[in-house]
Write a protein that binds this ligand. Structure first.
Ligand SMILES: [Ca+2]
Length: 166
């Protein structure tokens, strides 16, 4: 996972400009990453479920979503603010065929119904069964303090990359 380069907002904007200039911006709407399950083996157990498009600006019925449960706490993403879909050459997403296998996103959301929380996450799809898929989630408050952080291979569940973001 160290290969993943965390792009800054400026880089993402530049990349978006390049993609739009090439006329490929619309294609990203056809690339989805979805999944659910338990991440790692830590206690209390952390469960997640998500449906994310490589285009951060999805809205309406196809709106991006990410939900995280840890014992009595529930985080729900309300807005995906930055998104990148990456092809890590060391990861094979298996079937169905996808041209990417890793996503990195940043968003805002609610913790137990209260606004003012932020989330950053990385998910990978390394094929099936899902116990070869990996995830990292960090939820912070408005002061930047970490409320929840978990990482590891999926204990139960599966991640699935679909389509071509380019
Ligand atoms: Ca998988």
């Amino acid at each position: 996972m160290k290969k993943i380069k965390i792009l800054g907002i400026v880089s993402i904007l530049l990349l978006s400009g390049i993609l739009m200039g090439a006329g490929n911006a619309v294609a990203s709407k056809n690339a989805w990453f979805l999944g659910s399950g338990r991440i790692g083996t830590s206690t209390p157990k952390v469960f997640h479920s998500f449906k994310i498009n490589c285009n951060a600006n999805q809205s309406g019925f196809t709106k991006n979503s990410l939900k995280v449960h840890e014992r009595g706490n529930h985080f729900s993403m309300t807005m995906l603010t930055n998104m990148e879909c990456v092809d890590d050459p060391s990861i094979d997403p298996g079937r169905p065929h996808a041209t990417f296998d890793t996503i990195h996103g940043i968003g805002e959301g609610k913790l137990n119904g209260m606004s003012g929380y932020y989330v950053e996450f990385i998910f990978t799809d390394a094929g099936e069964p899902g116990n070869v898929d990996w995830g990292w989630i960090k939820v912070t408050d408005s002061n930047g303090s970490t409320i929840l952080e978990v990482s590891g291979f999926l204990k139960h569940g599966n991640h699935q990359a679909i389509g071509n973001p380019w």
